[in-house]
Design a protein around this ligand. Structure first.
Ligand code: ASP
Length: 344
């Protein structure tokens, strides 16, 4: 039976073309995507399209948008073999992270892609990104199971686990990086799947569960040499705040000054979950490595291991939405729920 794919257009550069008269960039009509990417006709797949209305620049993405996107996937889950989401690149790593935590027991591919140049422009990177994403979303193994039943980002010949990515280049065609986890597939003449790195469900027939309830009462505190008590307290005192992503130095280190540690301890004791991630582009938090990290561990700050800030934030949104107890949230944060950390 031929594979069926639902392509969901949300906005971003990929779906733009130049208006012939005004030369301004305008969104393409996604139902006419084959006019822009005629190669899609050569696939033997059934490719249906749907679009958000209005389409948005991904800098305008909100958690409500993720809920709407999950609803579309849920409503069409049994009808299609896989999903391709066309999305702006700016916040694609956040959306991929959020979807990975919201879609529980996912057993089908959800491939996000976008482009640096609009699909309607001559040198666009969008065509190849769309074509390969569809091929990956439709790919099955010898037993007829999807090759990659995960939320992924496909970009410039590489397939990444979505919640491991960060957008790191605003100009290059290779815009994403997954520094702490290898690519799930390399696309050249052949698509080489690294099957030992892909997460497969323990059972294929479990129904998809969607965690719609997100609590966004989370703040991010990026420390820097010279940070003041007022700056730290301004973040920690954010009204309603239930958790903080602490972006620390190196392998999870922070100042050992009395005022800093006692301020942090005060908020941990108040029940705020503080998760320590590194400001570095790669590597992991190890709060046992230096005295400067041990100070944080000693007061109850928990490790974010090698997770990205994007994944840590979205994981907290989902867990705070599910649990009222900070202890329960902390416990779940230590587990690799969707392959977002390399331990737990
Ligand atoms: N600002 C655009 C967006 O994220 C950039 C892009 O699509 O690459 O929607």
């Amino acid at each position: 039976m031929k594979s069926s794919i639902l392509m969901i257009y949300t906005g971003g550069t990929i779906g733009m073309k130049q208006d012939e008269k005004t030369m301004a960039l305008v969104p393409v009509d996604i139902s006419q995507i084959e006019t822009e990417v005629p190669e899609l006709r050569k696939f033997g797949y059934k490719i249906d399209t749907c679009s958000f209305d209005p389409v948005i620049d991904s800098s305008d993405i909100t958690p409500d948008f993720w809920i709407a996107l999950c609803s579309v996937i849920k409503a069409n889950y049994l009808k299609y073999d896989g999903f391709v989401v066309l999305h702006g690149t700016d916040t694609m790593s956040y959306t991929a992270s959020a979807l990975s935590f919201m879609l529980e027991d996912l057993a089908k591919p959800v491939i996000l892609t976008g482009s640096q140049l609009p699909v309607g422009m001559l040198r666009t990177d969008g065509k190849e990104n769309i074509i390969s994403s569809i091929e990956i979303a439709a790919a099955k193994d010898d037993e007829g199971h999807p090759m990659v039943p995960e939320v992924c980002i496909y970009f410039e010949s590489q397939l990444y686990r979505g919640n491991r990515t960060t957008k790191y280049n605003a100009e290059n065609f290779r815009a994403f990086r997954s520094a702490n986890y290898p690519v799930l597939a390399d696309v050249g003449i052949h698509i080489k799947y690294n099957r030992h790195l892909i997460r497969y469900p323990d059972r294929w027939d479990k129904p998809l569960k969607v965690r719609y309830h997100l609590d966004t009462n989370v703040a991010i505190l990026k420390i820097f040499p010279g940070i003041t008590r007022q700056a730290v307290e301004a973040v920690m005192e954010t009204k309603g705040c239930r958790a903080v992503v602490l972006e620390s130095f190196g392998s999870g280190n922070a100042p050992t000054s009395e005022w800093f540690l006692s301020t942090m301890r005060k908020y941990v004791d108040k029940g705020i979950v503080i998760v320590n991630v590194t400001q570095c582009q790669a590597g992991k938090v190890d709060m046992g490595a230096y005295a400067t990290g041990m100070g944080l561990r000693g007061i109850g700050v928990i490790s974010g291991y090698d997770a990205t800030t994007e994944a840590t934030l979205c994981k907290l949104f989902m867990l705070l939405g599910r649990y009222s107890s900070p202890e329960k949230v902390k416990k779940e944060m230590q587990k690799a729920l969707r392959g977002e950390i390399s331990c737990g």
